[in-house]
Design a protein around this ligand. Structure first.
Ligand SMILES: Cc1ncc(COP(=O)(O)O)c(C=O)c1O
Length: 352
């Protein structure tokens, strides 16, 4: 597959903005109209008066090392949401190119595709929320530039089968984006290991979930260098700020802490599941490889309102295809989960 030929023609011929810090990060820096005296906010180790490295070399090197990939296969953005947006902007000609989104899944793919005015072809996942090969085969078109899938899938929680994902990459005339925001909570290995042999595969990852760093807004894409080059070409010059880059680098050094939190959350997830499954209010709890559970209730509105009255907020997914009755519940800290289970068991006692 010629990855560059998938890029929108105007992006292919675009001469990207050249920013000052692209070439020089050290020396007597009189090239970017920064404040040469310093900053109102001196923070140890972060020169806040300077624009950050537009190519985020240190951070991309650290992520590359962690992922066992090369730095030119890593794009970092303001959350993985930025990568989703930029992929659409690079590859989808507004009003013309198609995007395939097997649903129910993470809602940002549809929103970002709509903003780009890409033509969205909708297919559904199977009843057990796996890829429906027949439906996908029928929906694919020569101008399907991007396919967005999520594994483990938000909001259902299950991970997709590796053989289905590799099949999808073989069928796709464009890129297959596998969003692995929750992969650390699953037993499965990342699909990123397939990137050297599957050039149209793009894997999205984030520090927002397992690493507990949603506040810094740092996500990344792992992809063929040609895809990364295209994303770098269109991103805003200083998309990842110096504080975020610093926090991300420090965070990555605390991998043991992330792993310990993941272990605890997985234990809590199973405890929560066991209690919910036993509740008479619950129809079923969908299998989850993530840090949340999709729970089908007989009467989700009553449950959601009772929880809200106790100050506990969960996500209503009842309007999503195939998710009638479902609330999405993030696995909380132990006392938060106890509080949630308490409300549910009290509600069950009150109801006939
Ligand atoms: C599947 C999925 N992808 C991406 C994101 C956004 O991640 P980030 O915080 O890196 O933008 C979320 C957030 O909920 C998500 O559920």
């Amino acid at each position: 597959m010629n990855l560059d030929s998938l890029v929108r023609p105007n992006i292919r011929s675009l001469a990207p903005y050249r920013s000052a810090r692209q070439d020089h990060l050290e020396g007597v820096l009189l090239d970017a109209n920064e404040n040469s005296l310093g900053s109102v906010l001196p923070l140890a180790g972060v020169a806040l008066n300077r624009y950050p490295d537009p190519f985020q070399r240190k951070l991309r090197n650290a992520l590359a090392e962690r992922e066992g990939r090369a730095a030119d296969e890593i794009f970092v953005g303001v959350g993985s949401d930025e990568a989703i947006d930029l992929l659409l902007r690079v590859y989808c000609e507004p009003g013309t190119d198609h995007v395939l989104i097997p649903e129910p899944t993470y809602g940002m793919y549809r929103v970002a595709a709509s903003i780009q005015n890409a033509v969205i072809d909708r297919v559904l996942l199977t009843d057990d929320f796996h890829l429906d090969r027949a439906a996908i085969t029928e929906a694919l078109r020569p101008d399907t530039k991007l396919i967005f899938v999520c594994s483990p899938n938000n909001p259902t929680g299950n991970r997709l089968r590796t053989d289905d994902l590799l099949w999808l990459c073989r069928q796709a005339p464009g890129l297959v984006v596998v969003d692995e925001a929750y992969v650390e909570f699953s037993e499965a290995a990342s699909m990123a290991m397939h990137i050297p042999s599957v050039e149209n595969l793009v894997v999205l990852r984030t520090l927002s979930k397992a690493w507990g760093l949603a506040g810094i807004r740092l996500g990344y894409a792992i992809a063929h260098p040609a895809v990364v080059r295209s994303l770098l070409k269109v991103k805003s010059p200083y998309n990842v700020n110096a504080l975020t880059a610093r926090a991300a680098l420090e965070g990555l050094r605390a991998a043991d802490k992330a792993a310990a939190m993941v272990r605890r959350l997985r234990e809590e997830r199973e405890r929560l599941r066991a209690s919910l499954v036993a509740s008479p209010l619950v129809v079923d709890v969908l299998p989850s490889d993530a840090n949340f559970l999709a729970v089908r209730f007989h009467d989700p509105t009553v449950v959601r309102e009772a929880l809200a009255n106790a100050g506990i907020i969960v996500r209503d997914r009842t309007q999503e295809p195939k998710l009638r009755g479902c609330l999405r519940i993030t696995v909380g800290a132990p006392d938060e989960n106890n509080a949630l289970l308490d409300v549910i068991s009290r509600l069950a006692e009150q109801r006939p």
